[in-house]
Ligand binder design. Structure first.
Ligand SMILES: [Zn+2]
Length: 428
């Protein structure tokens, strides 16, 4: 049951919906395309201006020193801080400003932010500028309802989530802008569906296999050893032996879709022999490279994941004693999950249930997002993803967000902030 103050805040959200929609449309019109990371500075400034208008102390943090942060494409993050009656507890909302390139198949202008049939269309509206708008206006609805939060609120809008977040949330965490002695709860406003709560994500292990062969004239391939043939045998072994084994390995994490509750492996890239765009000479390929994307579970250890793969390659040596290969780590993200019985999850579960009218399922994401940095670098234990929009719209042509989802998530965030931080009732 909502308290009278909560009910008042919820109706404030309805009153400021038009203002939120117009601001979100302007935000979508800033094409923050990543790669390469366009217009980040303008976008951070645009959000920072709104935070100032809403009473926050605002800082802009450029990820200087990161190789991707260049004069041409500066990586600018923005954080706003709004003090409550006390410093703690503190709730930090985070959203990423970068959007993936529009890609093909659009019937609308991806950066016009058209508003029709109760939806806003545009690249990045669901993933995840609607989330940024919802959290900013959620806290503003509290303020306009004359309710003073007891604890404090932070809002960060960060760069490069789509490319790993190293100049974004990771940078803020590494440089002490997000710390467990200052922040109790983090809500990342990613679109995992406005009626579900996401507890975390699986782990990622990207690695490269470099397979060696021995060059020879292509007309006498028996005089050499093809690195491509060797890679083909490895891929066959992966298909035959590893994939069935991974499919049987199930996690207790509530990953959605359910098929992703197993460990998985995908070949992201493969290249061997001569560049097909160049004129060819007859040669047996002496090198073949492949990049593998292995998603691992909370129940698996990275060392075991790596060893398991190396053993698989070593098995090929039974019939091919000369086989030589190298295995190189490219990217490691450990799995993370916030406890379902933590204050943050219990509170937001209750709030989403009450404002939307049905109990939200607790899920985990098959892919990663910035939670890894809040959990692993900043060391914040209570972190979830919750935001407007539906997951399957992310990165699609004609991406849109339903206004109904935007306001529903905004209400849940507002009431969630009130319950997590407490309110000073007599301020009304
Ligand atoms: Zn996203």
């Amino acid at each position: 049951m909502l308290t009278p103050a909560e009910a008042r805040v919820v109706s404030r959200v309805d009153e400021l919906a038009d203002e939120m929609i117009e601001w979100l449309r302007d935000l979508v019109r800033i094409p923050t395309i990543n790669p390469p990371g366009e217009n980040y500075k303008d976008c951070a400034q645009f959000i920072g201006d709104k935070l100032k208008e809403f009473g926050y102390d605002v800082s802009f943090i450029e990820a200087t020193g990161r190789p991707e942060c260049s004069p041409e494409h500066p990586r600018v993050n923005v954080i706003g801080h709004l003090n409550g009656a006390r410093i703690r507890p503190a709730l930090h909302f985070n959203g990423h400003i970068d959007v993936v390139p529009p890609g093909a198949g659009w019937t609308l202008d991806p950066f016009a932010a058209e508003f029709r049939d109760g939806r806003i269309y545009g690249r990045g509206v669901t993933d995840q500028k609607a989330g940024i708008a919802a959290s900013l206006f959620a806290v503003e609805a509290i303020r306009r309802a004359g309710v003073r939060l007891a604890g404090s609120v932070e809002q960060s809008a960060t760069v490069d989530e789509e490319s790993g977040g190293l100049a974004g949330v990771a940078y803020l965490a590494e440089h002490g802008y997000v710390r467990p002695d200052l922040v109790d709860y983090v809500i990342i406003t990613e679109p995992l569906d406005y009626d579900r709560i996401c507890l975390g994500h699986r782990g990622v292990y990207w690695f490269e296999v470099l397979m060696h062969g021995r060059i020879a004239h292509g007309s006498m391939p028996f005089l050499g050893v093809s690195a491509i043939d060797r890679m083909a045998r490895l891929i066959e072994t992966v298909e035959r032996t590893l994939k069935p084994r991974l499919a049987e390995r199930r996690t207790r994490m509530p990953v959605e879709p359910e098929a992703a509750r197993s460990a998985t492996i995908n070949i992201n890239s493969i290249f061997g022999g001569q560049d097909p765009d160049l004129p060819q000479t007859p040669c047996v390929a002496d090198l073949c490279r492949a990049v593998f994307d292995r998603r691992f579970l909370l129940e698996e250890k990275l060392e075991d994941v790596r060893d398991e793969f190396a053993e698989l390659v070593d098995q090929l040596k039974v019939d091919d004693a000369e086989l030589q290969y190298e295995l190189k780590d490219l990217l490691i993200v450990h799995p993370t999950m916030t406890a379902p019985d933590s204050i943050l999850v219990r509170t937001m579960r209750g709030v989403v249930g009450e404002t939307i009218g049905r109990e939200p399922p607790l899920i985990a994401s098959p892919g990663t997002y910035d939670q890894k940095h809040f959990a692993r670098i900043a060391g914040i234990e209570q972190c979830i993803a919750y935001g407007p929009g539906i997951l399957k719209m992310a990165h699609q042509p004609d991406e849109y967000c339903e206004i109904e989802h935007l306001t529903a998530a905004c209400k849940a965030m507002a009431v969630g902030a009130m319950r997590l931080l407490g309110v000073n009732e007599h301020m009304e």
